[in-house]
Structures are given as C-alpha cells and as structure tokens.
Ligand binder design. Structure first.
Ligand code: SF4
Length: 369
C-alpha cells in the first residue's frame, strides 16, 4: 500500500485532541494499517499532550467500535480509521477518519465491460414480466445464475458505488461516465451507510430497480461479491490502486450459490444448532437470534444461543451441535464457511432449510439494515 497517497487527517485529529484537552486517546485501525499504527501514535503523542493506546484487537468495520473496555481504561476519545460512522452509538466520543486515497484511474479501461453489462441489463429489462409463470426447474436454473434471478427491473441505469477510500471520486466519475454516454445514478442507501454511493459488506440498501448494472471503485472482491449476491446484477470493478478494470465473474457467484445450496441441504437432518450472536455494537442481532431459536423449536429442533465478540472456528468447532446459524457479521457465513468443521448458515438459509422460505425467487443476501 502506498501510504504517502493516503490522507490520514492526523492534523485534524491532533487539533481536536488539543481543543478537547484529551489526555488519553485510543486509536482503532483496520488490519491493513496496523503496521503503520506505531508511527501514527508517535506523531499524535509528539504533537499533543495525549498518550495514545492502540486498540490492537482485529477491526473490520465501523460495526466494531471499541467501547466499554476503553472507557474503563479512562480513554476520552477514540480515533477510528478507515471506516465511516454508521447508525450505532458506541457510548464513547469517536472521531472517524475515512483515510482517502488520491489515485484517479483511467476510465477507458472499464468502458468495454460497462457497455457489455448495459446490454445485459437492457435485455433483462425488456424480458421483465416474463418470469411470472416460471416452473420449478427453470426457477432453480435462475437461482443458480446470479444475473438471471427473478427481480424486476424498471431501468438499465449504471449504479456507481465505491469503498470509503474512493468515494470522493464518485461525482467526478459520474460526469465522465455521462460524457461516455451512460445514464448514471449514485445510489443513496439507508442509515447504516453514511455517504451516497457507499457500500458495506453487509448493506447494499441503495440498490433500486432502475439500476441495471454496477461499477465499483475500489480494490478487492469483498464488496463486489456481496453486491452481486444481493442484487444479481452485473458489476465491473475499477481499482484506483492499480488502474485495472475487471468484472465480478458469474462463475464465481454461481460457485458461491452452489456452496450455499449444499450447506442448506446439509442441515436438512440437523437436530441441534448453535445460534451465534455478535457482541460487536454494529453486529448484535439478538432479536433475530431469538427468532431463529423459536423457529427451530417450532420445527422440533434445538437452538443454543452463543454470544461472541470474534467468531472463529477455534471458539465454536468443539460444541456438540450439528450446525451453526450466524447472526453476527453476515459475511462470516458467506466468506469463511469452509474454515468451519460444521455447516455455518445464515438466518435466511435456515428458513429455507426448514421450509419457511422458498429459494425459487432468488437467493436472499443476509443484510444488516
Ligand atoms: S458487519 Fe461485517 S460486513 Fe458489515 S461492516 Fe461489520 S465487518 Fe463489515
């Protein structure tokens, strides 16, 4: 990672610490920036009267705000880097720093992909309404084809989204894409999303039926996988770090969906389930977990509620249950299920396994609103 091209906004942070006369602050940084954390701590301590504690546990999102333990240590302010505030309150004064990157990739590289995706969206739009009488076999085929799922479109616009580090580019890219002949929308999501065009691994609430395909400004495939699983729409990626243009391959999405199908089938006979509740403030879905327990009881199965801060195989594999339902971060079941010795499924997948929901109308991505 080219750190010189990232804006850590340390001057603003130091100014705030000085203005508040804070004496003890905590720094919470995502895994990719941990190596640079000590340098940042030096810089804050040199420029202010505060001592800095690094919250050194893993941190993957703004869902994971440090709270009571830091309060108990006497921390007055938390500086949280790399994410933006979501609709939760940690109970601690928290200063969010998005850590923007100044890369500005060439649009030309991604245009052929966008043109082919627009053609797919337009043909789907034209065939909207033909799905009403679909039979079970055809529906199954649709389900296994992320783009062909049964979700009505009212338009074929290009949805322009990005990860937090690159959101400042969106308005400019919107103009460039419009010059290139695209009808562009920067989707605005729900309360969990702070900025227009923002996506999280667990929330794509800005999607709407007028959007037929997506362009993602960012790196890695974490957000693109979630967005395509959630929407079933084609997606092109433009990476501001490398300038590379790629697309989320449908084969990849189909592989994930087949794996999810396999897991749903594998819990058919399961009698006992561990129901995981995330303790992190932005992952805690206690009511959903209790609803899953009641649902299992209704079907003559047993569910045990297990609360954890970090969910990992070594913390749950040994319990004598047949399978797990995860209500913590939705991506644990999707991205990490192969790491677990027993089937790990989402609440929706449990409902399908128990016959409460049908898969014919498409896979439902587990989202935190
Ligand atoms: S719940 Fe998971 S996907 Fe959502 S912000 Fe937290 S770590 Fe990311």
């Amino acid at each position: 990672m080219d750190l010189d091209r990232h804006d850590f906004e340390l001057d603003d942070l130091v100014e705030k610490i000085r203005a508040n006369d804070n004496r003890l602050v905590a720094l919470q940084v995502p895994e990719g920036l941990k190596m640079q954390a000590l340098e940042m701590m030096d810089s804050i301590e040199d420029e202010s009267d505060a001592k800095v504690i690094l919250a050194a546990d893993p941190c993957y999102g703004a869902c994971d705000l440090v709270h009571d333990k830091m309060k108990m240590m006497g921390v007055e302010l938390v500086a949280h880097m790399g994410h933006s505030q979501m609709n939760i309150d940690s109970g601690m004064p928290t200063h969010f720093i998005p850590v923007t990157y100044d890369g500005d990739p060439e649009l030309a590289a991604v245009l052929p992909l966008l043109e082919s995706h627009r053609a797919i969206a337009q043909s789907r739009l034209e065939s909207s309404g033909e799905d009403a009488d679909i039979d079970k076999e055809a529906a199954k085929e649709r389900f296994l084809d992320a783009v062909g799922r049964v979700s009505p479109l009212t338009g074929a616009r290009l949805g322009l989204v990005g990860s937090i580090q690159h959101l400042h580019l969106l308005e400019d890219f919107k103009s460039r894409l419009e010059m290139a002949g695209f009808d562009v929308e920067i989707p605005v999501g729900g309360d969990r999303l702070t900025f227009p065009g923002q996506v999280l691994g667990c929330n794509y609430s800005g999607d709407d039926p007028s959007i037929g395909h997506y362009m993602f400004l960012g790196s890695g495939d974490f957000h693109p996988i979630g967005l395509v699983l959630h929407t079933g729409k084609p997606l092109a990626m433009l990476d501001p770090y490398s300038g590379d243009a790629t697309e989320m391959s449908l084969e990849r999405i189909e592989r994930i969906l087949r794996q999810r199908f396999g897991l749903i089938n594998s819990v058919d006979e399961a009698q006992t389930f561990g129901i995981l509740i995330g303790e992190k403030p932005g992952q805690m879905r206690r009511n959903l977990a209790i609803r899953m327990k009641r649902l299992l009881e209704k079907h003559g199965r047993k569910g045990y509620l297990l609360a954890l801060d970090h969910v990992s195989p070594d913390l749950i594999d040994f319990y004598p249950v047949d399978a797990y339902v995860n209500t913590a971060c939705p991506r644990i079941a999707i991205d990490d299920s192969v790491r677990y010795a027993k089937p790990l499924i989402t609440p929706y997948e449990l409902e399908v396994a128990l016959g409460e929901k049908k898969w014919e109308t498409g896979y439902q991505f587990d989202e935190i609103p």
